[in-house]
Ligand binder design. Structure first.
Ligand code: HEM
Ligand code: HEM
Length: 231
């Protein structure tokens, strides 16, 4: 039975600042590809840095920030969701089991989004952490011209091979196949993350209403009002 209410600290500053930085950086990256590439990549790097720091913090951070505090067995996640839909959810001081699963899904999807973005940036512009050295670029150029020459011999009408070397700039060849591959993957993970973000916001709103908890306020102040019914 619910009894005395008390205020406890749940989310440390790193979790809170990290969260709102993620929100701003994610949407900045989302709305700035193409003509604002510089802003896009820096917003993307910000997301990657926050995710990386958050993963380390999940191992060594404060009590409720640790993965061990909010990773539950799938059966617990489903049991929580069943109770939530029956409008009788169990209360948690930290992330509830469904929220915890969503945090993991978001962190993984954000990792994949930023990783594929960096690979794409390397293929398209030879910029970023996966950019190749001048020597590697030269080898790539040589390979491309061998392929180009072989294909041209095979079929003079075939423009495909020439296209491969077409994007060569600053000693860097744009590999069209690799570009298509990473672009497709980057786009897929962007969309997956966006889908998870909508689910996440929906879950936060639904949980806040059913639990009568001010979850968003807690993510700002770091504090939560709890009673004996919380675990
Ligand atoms: C790009 C958009 C967003 C991303 C990537 C995101 C990601 C995350 C992550 C990773 C966490 C876990 C926090 C931690 O333990 O470090 C979290 C928690 C949380 N987020 Fe978001 N979030 C986004 C948007 C939002 C928005 C717009 C809201 C407000 C409606 C929101 C409200 C919350 C709340 C209240 C929690 C804590 C949930 C709980 O009490 O268990 N998030 N979010
Ligand atoms: C969470 C962070 C990110 C989001 C939400 C995001 C989102 C997007 C979106 C929506 C596109 C357009 C896809 C399309 O053409 O349909 C795009 C393209 C691209 N992104 Fe990202 N991205 C992120 C991180 C990054 C990072 C870290 C990098 C590299 C440092 C990067 C590099 C690129 C490149 C090179 C393109 C292709 C631009 C073009 O050729 O027009 N992205 N991104």
């Amino acid at each position: 039975m619910a009894s005395d209410k008390k205020i406890v600290s749940v989310w440390d500053p790193l979790v809170r600042i990290g969260h709102w930085t993620l929100v701003i950086a994610f949407f900045t990256a989302y709305f700035t590809e193409d003509d604002l590439m510089e802003v896009h990549t820096w917003a993307g790097y910000t997301v990657a840095a926050v995710v990386l720091i958050r993963i380390v913090w999940g191992l060594v951070g404060t009590k409720h920030a640790r993965f061990s505090d909010f990773i539950y067995a799938p059966a617990k996640v489903f049991a929580y969701l069943k109770n939530l839909l029956a409008l009788k959810p169990q209360h948690y001081i930290g992330h509830n089991p469904a929220g915890g699963a969503m945090v993991i899904a978001l962190l993984l999807s954000l990792t994949a989004t930023t990783f594929t973005g960096m690979k794409l940036y390397a293929v398209e512009e030879n910029e970023g952490p996966f950019a190749i050295t001048a020597q590697q670029a030269q080898t790539q150029m040589d390979k491309a011209s061998i392929i180009s020459a072989a294909k041209a011999e095979e079929d003079e009408e075939d423009n495909d091979a020439n296209e491969k070397a077409e994007g060569a700039k600053n000693g860097h060849v744009v590999d069209k196949q690799a570009e298509e591959y990473w672009e497709e993957l980057h786009e897929t993970f962007v969309n997956l993350t966006l889908f998870l973000v909508f689910l996440h916001i929906g879950g936060v709103i639904f949980s806040s209403i059913v639990d009568k908890e001010k979850l968003v306020k807690s993510m700002i102040t770091g504090k939560k009002e709890v009673d004996d019914s919380f675990q």
